[in-house]
Design a protein around this ligand. Structure first.
Ligand code: AMP
Length: 191
């Protein structure tokens, strides 16, 4: 399975991505997690990414695309993957199309989690307290939601025209949402 999980910041993508990836036996690849690991280790990539992340802005496409290209070329991603947090811009969609086409495969589905905007802000503020993420202050959260609406939400329409979108209600308990996701994805034919 080659899957994407999409939804606004705070929709619960990371939590659900792990469970879905395990279910299908593919790695969950989170660009946000890879950036955060690089920030923690102080790599040049981390130093560059941090400037954008702390402001709630997107890391430049060239940097992000390169990182994803390298990651999905690794051995564990040859039979499939679930991308969490990528693509986020039209340019990234085009790059991902090229990366997948180069392997002779295709994308199977784009899982879209829908949530209530105010609930999302509350969820993110709660997570900020628990995890202490530098990009979880209220101003930065609002900026991330704005950037999502401007740059990323339109991608759902792009994938919808390809018939790939599987929409799932992301509100409710983690287990409940997970069951909805499995039910929705189990009807997707695997390539
Ligand atoms: P996330 O954990 O997915 O919310 O990502 C945290 C931050 O990492 C984002 O707010 C961006 O600054 C950066 N980031 C993650 N994925 C991407 C991407 N595909 N394109 C650009 N920036 C990204």
């Amino acid at each position: 399975m080659r899957l994407l999980i999409m939804g606004p910041p705070g929709a619960g993508k990371g939590t659900q991505a792990t469970a879905v990836a395990e279910h299908f036996g593919v790695p969950a690849i989170s660009t946000g997690d890879i950036f955060r690991a690089n920030v923690a280790q102080g790599t040049p990539l981390g130093v560059e990414a941090k400037r954008y992340m702390d402001a709630g802005e997107y890391v430049p496409d060239a940097v992000t695309n390169n990182m994803v290209r390298n990651r999905i070329a690794e051995a564990d991603a040859q039979d499939g993957f679930l991308l969490d947090g990528y693509p986020r811009t039209v340019a990234q969609v085009e790059e991902l199309d090229a990366m997948i086409a180069a392997t002779g495969h295709r994308l199977d589905a784009v899982l879209c989690l829908t949530v209530d905007q105010e609930a999302v802000v509350e969820r993110l503020l709660r997570r900020a307290e628990i995890e202490g993420r530098a990009d979880d202050t209220e101003d930065v959260i609002r900026r991330r939601l704005e950037v999502y609406a401007e740059e990323t939400e339109p991608l759902i329409a792009v994938y919808a025209t390809r018939g790939l979108v599987v929409e799932v209600d992301g509100m409710g308990e983690i287990d409940e949402v997970q069951q909805r996701i499995f039910a929705a994805l189990d009807s997707v034919p695997q390539s």
